[in-house]
Design a protein. Structure first.
Length: 222
């Protein structure tokens, strides 16, 4: 199996953490987003979407971080994607919740425009998006804090599921914009729990390197 990804990508890190924790025999192929490797003819021939992550397993060509997580978990029978129908439905619900509502309002609107993502976004539009996202994100963080976590260790209860791998990457993206999570103590505790996992530091090293670079650049401009 080959996983095309970049550790600076918010949707690659959940898959990378899952692969590392489960010691999966996956060859990691670095698609350097900064160098625009994802726009090369060779990569576009493989994945016309030009995005990461992307998995190749024999004849299977698979995009979408959530589909890749589900596929890998099913392949090895990981308890992080429960087989019992009701438990699986709750894991799917949380995965889809992060990938849709949370990602839209928090990642796409509130955080990414601080860094010129998506590329070419008009600065005035970016400021408007951030301002709008900041009014909407608290609703979703409140739901995560009170209703999904509610003092439980993981978003679906006592056991980690794929939703934790995905959600932890989306939430910690906020650190790149120094987002203040203190009003949501269950979220803060959950993130600390995820960060304590053995492979977190190695998986997230590229992301935190980028974050400190962004902070240095902002400090130099101030
Ligand atoms: N819905 C997709 C989103 C993947 C995605 O947008 N990846 C970004 C990095 S986080 C990317 O490759 N961007 C490159 C580009 O748009 O040029 C997933 O969950 O896998």
């Amino acid at each position: 199996m080959k996983l095309y990804c970049d550790p600076i990508s918010t949707t690659s890190r959940p898959v990378l953490l899952f692969v590392a924790e489960h010691r999966l025999p996956v060859e990691i192929v670095h698609v350097d987003l900064m160098s625009e490797d994802n726009r090369s003819a060779a990569y576009l021939a493989l994945n016309p979407n030009g995005i990461v992550p992307f998995l190749v397993d024999c004849d299977l060509r698979l995009g979408e971080s959530t589909a890749i997580l589900r596929y890998l978990a099913d392949k090895i029978g990981s308890p992080a994607y429960p087989r019992e129908p009701a438990a699986r439905a709750k894991a799917d619900e949380a995965l889809d919740w992060f990938a849709t509502n949370f990602h839209s309002y928090f990642c796409t609107m509130t955080i990414y425009p601080n860094f010129g993502v998506p590329r070419g976004l008009d600065p005035a539009v970016a400021q408007g998006l951030i301002a709008y996202g900041e009014t909407r994100s608290p609703k979703w963080l409140e739901i995560l804090d009170r209703h999904m976590l509610g003092g439980r260790p993981f978003v679906c209860g006592d056991q980690i599921t794929l939703a934790d791998y995905l959600g932890a990457s989306f939430v910690t993206l906020g650190e790149a914009a120094s987002f203040d999570f203190s009003p949501w103590p269950n979220v803060v505790a959950w993130i600390a729990r995820m960060k304590a996992r053995p492979h977190w530091d190695a998986t997230y090293a590229g992301f935190y390197g980028l974050v400190s670079g962004l902070r240095d650049a902002a400090a130099a401009q101030a």
